[in-house]
Every structure is written in structure tokens, then in C-alpha cells.
Design a protein around this ligand. Sequence first.
Ligand code: GDP
Ligand code: MN
Length: 384
Amino acid sequence: MDLFEYQGKQYFARFAIPISKGEVADTVEEAVAAAERVGYPVVVKAQVLVGGRGKAGGVKLASNPEETAEHAGNILGLDIKGHITRRLWIEHATDIAREYYASFTLDRAAKMHLSMVSARGGIDIEQVADEEPEAIARTHLNPLDGLGIEQARDIVARANLDEQAREQAAELLVNLYRCYVEGDADLVEINPLVLTTDGRVHALDAKVTLDDDAAFRHPEWAEFSNTSDVDERERLAKDKGLQYIGLDGTVGIIANGAGLAMSTLDVVNQVGGAAANFLDIGGGANADLMASALEVINTDRNVRSILVNIFGGIVRCDEVARGIVTALGRVELASPIVLRLDGTNAAEGRRIIEELGSDQIIGEPTMLGAARRAVEIAARGGQA
Ligand code: GDP
Ligand code: MN
């Protein structure tokens, strides 16, 4: 889960990483009131889950209420790379002497944490990596050793940070590492990390990605997930306890088990189609879960056909069939279903579907046959 800048900064603050004083605002009036409390001059910043806000006009300095109102008005509703700005962060402006870069992330190939620090911050770090890779001090950290102050001092020296920034930056790095590990993040990034004209080092931006698999030990994360702008389909699925990943094809796929779902994806590709999603209803699928799965797929406007591929084991095909009947009672399906039922209670499942007598459900005995049918229907724009 990605955090907005203002949430990331709140997260940083818990680990004693210095940030500017600020407040969130959802309207122009709130922005003006927040600026008054924060103290002029202020920076009005778009809160969207995408970088490059500054270049897109989403970060503006204001030195009085008129300017705050003007910038807030322009930035609220602003489309930044497809993300609409709904919230602002108003923070006390900083006098910047130098802009640096600092991050921790996991290097899966090396099986170690990776620290990246550079004196060339403020700009896109990928650009620095391309043009001047030696300007980034890259350091692998063994998770068993962690990061101590000595090694942090070495890192900021190798990164060529200005002499007067080094000790504060080293202390900040140690705290940022704690934020990353103890805070269960997959990524923490500060760009820019600044040296102020009066000699202080602090975080001017915050990018934090939390490790969703650690959510069970962070009940406090609930406040973050409510505001996150995840794919609407994925949110709906998660609320219903489904494993769902949105893709950009036209064949909606429901299968029981991740392995079968992936094979189904492959077979759809093999016969010339493209999957609109990956949806695994799991090993304990029942009628209600099946109905929820169909409801989620039904909200995807790209879908032209739905391929339901169930191999009954613990999951019973008659339960799945009842789920389809339930779903048809709850929602009007926008696309026909191609249904392959095999395994436990398959005959009973097929009988239930036959009794329903819907021309929107086409039975196919094999996975390949079902995939072909679903792809044909999708190619015809959803005509069964
Ligand atoms: P991003 O463009 O999405 O990465 O947004 P940032 O939060 O990094 O802001 C972009 C740029 O705005 C920074 O690199 C700074 O140069 C500038 N900026 C942000 N906050 C301040 C501030 O308090 N004072 C000044 N002078 N510039 C700022
Ligand atoms: Mn930035």
C-alpha cells in the first residue's frame, strides 16, 4: 500500500525524522485556514500517489492568503498523470540550500536491503542513475546487521553530501532505516532531503510503500487504507475476501486456486484472447463468494465475456453453480458466462445450471474449449 506524502511524513515523524510543520486541506477555505496556522510562507502541495507533482504544477509557494487561495483552487481537481487531486498538504515553506536523495528498499536479487543516497536530489533519481550512476552511493545492508551510525556516516560521506549536512543526515538515515524495517515498509524514499539555509537537514517529500503482508500487526494502518486510491475493482474484491488483480483484456476470469487461475490466463492467451483480470476464489469457495466474484467482474466495463473455470476438489461444483444462480438474482450480468465445471459434484452443478435455463450461461466440458468459446464471444463484443 502506497501512502500519500502527508501520511508518509506522519509515518516519518513517529521515527523522529524531521519534517516541516503542515496540515491537510480538502477545500480552498481549509487551505487558507491551514496556512494561517502553519505560518507563511507556505507550500501548497497536491496529494496524489504519483511523483513529479512539482513539474505538473502540483507544488506551489504562497506568501499570503490570496496566493494560497489561488494555488489551492488551481491544484484541487488538477489531473496529475491521471490522478485527480482531491486533497492538499499545506506546509511551512523551507529555505533550501541543497537538495539530496535518500531511500531504502529491498533488493530481492541480492536478498539484502539496499540504501541509496545521493547529493543530486530533487530531480528524478532514475535520471541520475542513467546519466551519472556514480553520483548515487548504493549500499547493500544485511538485515541481520542493520544500520549503525558508523556505517551511516560512511554512506553520507561516499554520497558526497556537504560537510555541514553529514552528521544530521547520518542520524536521519539510521532513523529512516528503523522506519523502513520496524515500520514494515517495502520502500521509504526522501526526494528531496534538504539542507536548509540555516543548516538543518530534513525531509521535504515522503514516499512510503507499506508491506501489505505485515498489516496484521499494524491495526493503525486501517486509517491509511481508507484513503488509498487503489483500483476500485481491487478494493471491492478485497472487501469481499477475494484475491483479485485487474488486467486490461476483455475476458473476465474466475477460477478456484491461484494455479488454475494462472493456467486459465495462459490458455486464454494461447487461443488469442486477453484476460481482463485474475480472480482466484480460493479453495474454500462457496455460493456467496462465487456471487461476489461475479459482481466484482461485472463492474469492469472492459469485460465482454466471463470464463468461470472450476475444478472441484474441496470446492464443490454444485456450490459454485448455486453461487452463479445467486449472482444472477443479485445483479444483471453485463456479459455472458462460459462455464467449465469439473471434479467434485460436477454433474449436480451442471444440472442446477441447466434448470436455470439461462441463455447467458454456456457450458463447456474442457478448459481449452471454454477458453475458445469465451475468447470468441469477447471478440464479438459480448454476443453469446
Ligand atoms: P514531487 O515533484 O512530486 O517530487 O514533489 P516534491 O515534494 O519533491 O516537490 C517538488 C519540488 O518543489 C522540490 O524538489 C523542491 O524543489 C520544491 N519544494 C518543495 N517544498 C519546498 C519548500 O518548502 N520550499 C522551497 N523553496 N521549495 C520547495
Ligand atoms: Mn519529490
